[in-house]
Design a protein around this ligand. Structure first.
Ligand code: BJW
Ligand code: ZN
Length: 248
């Protein structure tokens, strides 16, 4: 694959890289996206699942959905896209991953600096007293687990619609975006706020914006370079290009 010359030049001079990732990067690990033709939300309505009122109304259904996804995530492995991103760390001064995903696959691939904007499926907390629980420590034999301290319902530590993003993760992601030379926007439909402000901030601060997606998105018009293709194929090819530059 031939990459645009302008992009090769940016790669040659870049020191600081941000990856803004979404569900599409984990597709090749066997995890479904939310939207689009294979998205989980074509079958299940987001408003019935990813919001707090839905959880209060039907905790068993929402918990079951997360339990189902936990199982898929546990069986999944990082794919060549996640692994290539981790390998970028060997070639640049700073590599930051700002992800909307809750699946831990960037960490398992070896990325070190990760900011999770929408939480993590491995963590859970009591809706009444806030006590934290790791997923393996929960008794899930009788539906939604209850808090050992107060008996309250336990929910996954993820960000639902209408909820605030974890402030520290967002601020750190924003800071990395402000000082990045290249921002890659990988496998996201880029329609969910405020997460999408991260690549916007990178662009406004002068970063070169590269989108990698199998389709065009809401975001494509802001990208300096849109590469159409699967993240697990394109990212390793970019890494090869970097290795050539560094040898050269
Ligand atoms: C490939 C590929 C391959 C496939 N290779 N690519 C009206 C206007 C503007 C904003 C709002 C509004 N009404 C409400 C809002 C705010 C709302 C929002 O943004 N809504 C929009 C949808 C309109 N946002 C919020 O509510 C946020 N909080 C907030 O604003 O707080 C302030 C506030 C507080 C109090 C009151 C009011 C406001 C919170 C948003 C939380 C989102 N949470 C979820 C669930 C997380 C937990 C879980 O996983 O279960 O996060 S929703 C879901 O969407 C999930 C994702 O992280 C997120 C983004 O999805 P993503 O990753 O982009 O996936 P897809 O499926 O959309 O796209 C996949 C892409 O991959 C596609 O483009 C494919 O083509 C591509 N692809 N295979 C490369 N192999
Ligand atoms: Zn409690």
């Amino acid at each position: 694959m031939e990459f645009k010359q302008e992009f090769i030049e940016k790669l040659t001079n870049a020191k600081r890289i941000v990856f803004f990732t979404g569900a599409g990067i984990s597709v090749e690990s066997g995890i479904s996206t939310f939207r689009g033709k294979d998205g989980i939300w074509n079958k299940l309505k987001p408003e019935e699942l990813a919001n707090f009122n839905a959880f209060l109304k039907n905790p068993d259904m929402v918990w079951e959905w997360y339990q189902h996804r936990r199982q898929i995530i546990h069986e999944a492995k990082p794919n060549p896209g996640h692994i290539a991103i981790a390998e970028f760390q060997n070639y640049f001064e700073d590599v930051t991953v700002v992800t909307q995903n809750i699946d831990n696959l960037h960490r398992r691939a070896g990325s070190k600096k990760i900011f999770e904007l929408h939480g993590n499926i491995e963590r859970n907390y009591c809706i009444d007293c806030g006590t934290f629980y790791n997923s393996p420590d929960l008794d899930i034999s009788k539906g939604v687990p209850k808090c050992k301290n107060c008996g309250g319902l336990i929910r996954p530590d993820v960000v639902w619609f209408g909820e605030m993003l974890p402030q520290d993760e967002y601020n750190s992601g924003e800071k990395a975006a402000e000082s990045s030379d290249i921002c890659f926007v990988v496998g996201t439909s880029a329609v969910v706020y405020p997460a999408v402000y991260i690549p916007m901030t990178a662009k406004q601060s002068g970063a070169y914006l590269v989108e990698i997606n199998i389709d065009t998105t809401e975001f494509s018009r802001y990208a300096d370079y849109s590469i159409l293709g699967e993240a697990g194929k394109i990212l390793p090819l970019i890494l090869e290009e970097i290795k050539k530059i560094r040898k050269g």
